[in-house]
Design a protein around this ligand. Sequence first.
Ligand code: WT7
Length: 652
Amino acid sequence: MADQHPEIADLLSEHRRFDPPAAFAAAATITDPGLYARGAEDPEAFWASQAGELEWYTPWTRVLDWAPPHAKWFTGGTLNASVNCVDRHVRGPRRNKAALIWEGEPGDRRTLTYFDLYRQVSQFANVLTRLGVRRGDRVALYMPLIPELAIAMLACARIGAVHSVVFGGFSAESLRDRINDAQATLLVTADGGWRRGAVVPLKQMADEALREAPSIKNVVIVQRLQGSPVPVPLQEGRDHWWHRLMMDAPLTCDPERMDAEDMLFILYTSGTTGKPKGIVHTTGGYLTQVAATTRWVFDLKEDDVYWCTADIGWVTGHSYLVYGPLANGATVVMYEGAPDWPARDRVWEVIERYGVTILYTAPTAIRAFMRWGTEWPGKRDLTSLRLLGSVGEPINPEAWVWYHRFIGGERCPIVDTWWQTETGGMMIAPLPGLTRTKPGSATRPLPGISAEIRRDDGTDIPVGGGLLALTRPWPSMLRGIYGDMDRYVKTYWSRWTPDIYFTGDGAKRDADGFFWVLGRVDDVLNVAGHRIGTMEVESALVDHPQVAESAVVGRPHEIKGQALCAFVTVKEGVHTSDVLAAELKDHVAKKIGAIAKPDDIIFAADLPKTRSGKIMRRLLRDIAEGKALGDTTTLADPGVVARLKDQYQGTE
Ligand code: WT7
């Protein structure tokens, strides 16, 4: 891509290292390199001092209780997450500070102060209680990116209910499966949301999901589409309008005193099997790490205007749109819709309008912005920006340098943050006033975090490439997979010894100790920053009546990072065609959601298999990438590959 941008070629070749800009470093919160040493010398004392920044009802008696692979942090301590995110601020000078500055895709705008948030969270907590939700119950949230989503999360936290947010782009079936797995008793949704000028009919999809989700007793619906022609039939006794319930909800609600280890939320993410995993996060450790990393890595200051472009349906939205920034009393911008609606300068327009100072987005978005051209950001005043963040996938150096020059005006540090749904908070990222950065590297583990590059046999690789391992427990680590402790142990803690966490990522460490995360080494793909399990897509494909077998692999994609390439064999007598290919793509969208739609469907007479019947994914990847064939001597029928390859090249 650099050839399309001769302006960045010099930056790429000239200096591959970027020191913190002097003006930024001079005003940065963290400038003491001793923080790394303190985190390494006594991680427990270090994290305890961070936990001390939160408000607790009763202090913990033990910082860490580690019986590998099961950790408890801050045991004996009690606190409430909504109190930490809202009540604390209302008692002081932040009372009337903007907490959420929200903009809907059609252009509607709302600002909620901390007091507004306090009021609505308390009221909605009472609504939940009145509908029978009790401490420990699970509440499913299937909503557009509107303030009510954050309010509902915090209201759950206030009464000790566990929220399970399901991204609004997921299908009815995905919602149904997540509700059933968690046995949620109440669903909060909306009549719909807006995406690229079209209505996303959330309530309609929810109704479809609820036909086979008997645990749900009540549904609360936010009215987002006033005046839209989409009909929203209400089911008597089950469905309630949000605004009606809020009208007569009591104004205050005593928060529950939660144990540090009480569950705060479940968030489903894809793994290497067909079934998504319900990642469990608890209260004290999670809040400690997301609050601390928000302060350090974003250098958050009282008057910052912070914008994280992620949807709350993903972990980034949980940790760095809701809990981390609100725990710090930040002003958070929230934008509902697409970045190119109505025009390709929407993101820059939002930054200009609100004077955004910190922007946290994904490499896939940055690559799309690059492709759209510098004239779009060039039209807008971006001088308010002082720090830029990246998350979700490896950022290619070209995109990094473009972001630095054209968005950051060469004055903003870039923080490339590596972490996962499972880690809850950031793990490898720079401290922007302190850490020298290299485009494409997330730099070093944060203070208090230990990571290594390991060989398959478990030995450490001080310099070089291997598997990324986390070698000490951390406060915001997942505590389990909901309802499946065995899978938790097997997936994450069985690669080496039970005290070492396997990330699923390959990475290398250079001679300066910098980590370069290269991507997944398992059957998980990262498409436009979203995690997709190949098995899930394969199951969706074979669910189609005309499909016999399928194998899904990733291939490099200029904007999305990876694209989904599905090899499909059809049943006897089925005629393959473009029409069938389109139908299969739609079938996957219906089963999982539009994000999992394959980019390519390649019909094959057979799939290449080893003599023991295992599909040879490596070969399929090579074919999908258009590479020369690898070693095919282990193939049961070597002719299969040659035929496949001819066919695929024929489709280009
Ligand atoms: C996977 C986790 C972290 C929140 C969003 C994604 C990849 C994430 C980076 C980064 C290189 C990254 C990894 C990781 N990833 N951030 N800065 N550099 N790779 O959360 O859906 O749980 O996915 O995203 O492969 O394992 P997720």
